[in-house]
Design a protein around this ligand. Structure first.
Ligand code: CO
Length: 134
């Protein structure tokens, strides 16, 4: 069912500092910082030859990553995103197997302008999983 690893998302407190680590220390190509008020985050994308890294900094008072940073003060891996060919079909297959889909279960338009869903970390080895329609 799952296809390519689209990105790994890392939650950070200071996105400028975090981006500098990838740009200067690791020598990666980084995007500009983009504020995504609909998602409560600012993002920087780092393009690697085979996937992307997405840096997330909280934006606004009730950012979905604030609690994560309370539990992980140094930041850390927040989710992994896998591509699927048909997101509704993938959702229905997973739900039939007992997996929990977060929110109302309807795909939302994600940071890349494509439909996404999130799956409960308790059902996936303690890791929040994002599905993105390829
Ligand atoms: Co993501």
């Amino acid at each position: 069912m799952i296809g390519r690893l689209n990105h790994v998302a890392i939650a950070v407190r200071d996105i400028a500092k975090a981006a500098a680590v990838y740009r200067d220390t690791l020598g990666a190509e980084i995007s500009a910082t983009v504020k995504q008020p609909d998602h409560g985050v600012s993002t920087v994308f780092i393009t690697l030859p085979n996937t992307k890294i997405e840096l997330l900094e909280p934006l606004g008072a009730d950012s979905p990553i604030s609690k994560f940073l309370d539990r992980n003060p140094d930041g850390g891996v927040h989710h992994v995103c896998y591509e699927v060919a048909d997101i509704r079909k993938a959702r229905d297959t997973l739900k039939a197997q007992g997996a929990r889909v977060l929110g109302d279960g309807e795909p939302k338009i994600g940071a890349h302008g494509k439909p996404v869903l999130f799956l409960h970390p308790k059902d996936f080895l303690g890791t929040l999983v994002e599905l993105e329609q390829a």
